[in-house]
Design a binder for this molecule. Structure first.
Ligand code: ZN
Length: 223
């Protein structure tokens, strides 16, 4: 295995078997650049590819930071609706981008079977879109549209902030993702709402990006 990777043993909270998950050493992650929707490119190994852990025995899949926090009722739903159809295969060790994508699709499939919030879906869908972008695959737009639909629901229904994800970052994502799929009018409305908000001003980095992207959306609309 590449020496930027290491394995960790965890107990799957669904089937209670021991599994090996592969993680990326944080000192091995050298950032090359960031896109305006926070997709990060690395000079080295991309930790996004290893973000989802998959249990080879029962088919349970979730982002590593959430993997162990599953309720017993959700675990039962996975045992009933995923495990009987699961073809046993391992996701530990080095992954190709395609293997990382497959892990994310499994995480999305798991979300559909359990009690999930729009923010859970948004997080997975935007990451699938980023992986398609890295692969230069047209499906990127399809997953940006899914992510966008969930960001609207997060904005309307969920209590923000969720961790570092606050109301203004959510507004920014709605504006920027609309711009990326060519909905310039809607993008301009949301960027404008964000830029003119007094409370959002404390987040200088976000406001600076919002202003830049607002002008780009306006130019794109006219061309
Ligand atoms: Zn399991």
């Amino acid at each position: 295995m590449e020496n930027s990777l290491y394995n960790k043993t965890v107990i799957c909270p669904v089937c209670v078997k021991k599994i090996e998950v592969t993680k990326v050493k944080s000192k091995s992650c050298v950032i090359e650049k960031r896109d305006t929707d926070f997709c990060v490119y690395y000079e080295t190994v991309n930790p996004l590819i290893y973000d989802v852990w998959v249990c080879e025995f029962c088919g349970y899949a979730a982002q590593g930071d959430k993997f162990e926090n599953i309720s017993s009722s959700d675990a039962n739903k996975i045992i009933k609706s995923i495990t009987p159809y699961w073809k046993k295969r391992s996701f530990s060790g080095e992954r190709t981008i395609e293997k990382g994508l497959e892990a994310f699709k499994l995480a999305l499939y798991n979300l559909q079977k359990i009690k999930s919030k729009p923010s859970d879906y948004a997080k997975i869908c935007i990451r699938i879109a980023w992986i398609f972008r890295i692969l230069k695959d047209e499906k990127e737009k399809e997953f940006i549209s899914y992510a966008l639909k969930y960001y609207y629901e997060v904005y309307d229904k969920e209590d923000l902030p969720i961790g570092k994800f606050d109301k203004y970052t959510c507004m920014y994502m709605i504006a920027e993702l609309n711009r990326r799929i060519g909905n310039y009018d809607e993008s301009i409305v949301w960027f404008n709402r964000l830029i003119t908000s007094n409370e959002a001003r404390s987040n200088k980095v976000l406001m600076e990006s919002a202003r830049e992207q607002y002008h780009i959306a306006k130019e794109q609309k006219q061309s």
